[in-house]
Write a protein that binds this ligand. Structure first.
Ligand code: GRF
Length: 210
């Protein structure tokens, strides 16, 4: 059985591409962007996918825009909504409409470094292990039940750009994995934590990348 997925993005869409290329048991029923020029939309069109551009600058009121966005997404009756580099804070009302079927990827090992400029901040703190996280979205920004993480060693000669590139390679690995588990109905949320069904030791929820 395939599930219906709506992708939400704002930019280049490399995570979206990785999801497409992973050939998951999903049907991408729409790719929606708040930026009409997003490169991710071009890729979607080239693959023959249905795209929607809703320019947020035409709708200064965040609540009103998010209602429009949520209505558009719901028209496609998704089982899952995937934030793939969607660079706007979502209103609590939007999140409430999709809670439990809304995934995000964040370029840090949450709960460390929520928010922006994660690689710069990781380097400034001198931490030795950095990484990325796929999590269910809740009303608190960059929090919510963690599905999978990948760790990346920080090198002494790293710049924000080199570190970001190494983390991004892991993002492209763990996001498709998380979506596959969701599609297989294997993710259970229990008191704020995700358990992977039929994996008693939960080993596969922890993933370490080189
Ligand atoms: C990624 O680093 C992701 O973790 C963050 O935004 C970036 C999106 O990149 N949420 P892309 O558009 O998928 O290439």
């Amino acid at each position: 059985m395939t599930i219906r997925v709506v992708i939400l993005l704002s930019g280049r869409g490399s995570n979206f591409q990785a999801i497409v290329e992973a050939q998951l048991p999903i049907d991408i029923v729409a790719v929606v962007s708040n930026r009409p020029q997003a490169a991710g939309l071009d890729y979607a069109r080239a693959r023959g996918l249905h795209t929607v551009a809703l320019d947020h600058t035409d709708h200064p009121d965040r609540e009103a825009f998010d209602t429009l966005l949520a209505d558009e997404i719901e028209r496609h009756q998704p089982d899952l909504v995937v934030l793939a580099g969607y660079m706007r804070i979502l209103s609590a009302a939007f999140i409430a409409r999709f809670e439990g079927r809304l995934l995000n990827i964040h370029p840090s090992l949450l709960p460390m470094f929520p928010g922006l400029k994660t690689h710069e901040r990781a380097l400034a703190e001198g931490i030795k292990v950095h990484g990325c996280t796929v999590h269910f979205v809740t009303a608190q920004l960059d929090h919510g039940p963690i599905v999978i993480q990948a760790a990346v060693p920080v090198r002494t000669d790293d710049t924000p750009a080199t570190l970001a590139a190494r983390v991004l390679m892991q993002e492209h690995r763990i996001y498709p994995q998380a979506i596959r588990w969701f599609a297989e109905g294997r993710l259970e949320i229990n008191r704020g934590c995700v358990n992977l069904k039929d994996d008693p030791t939960s080993q596969s929820v922890l993933s370490t990348g080189a």
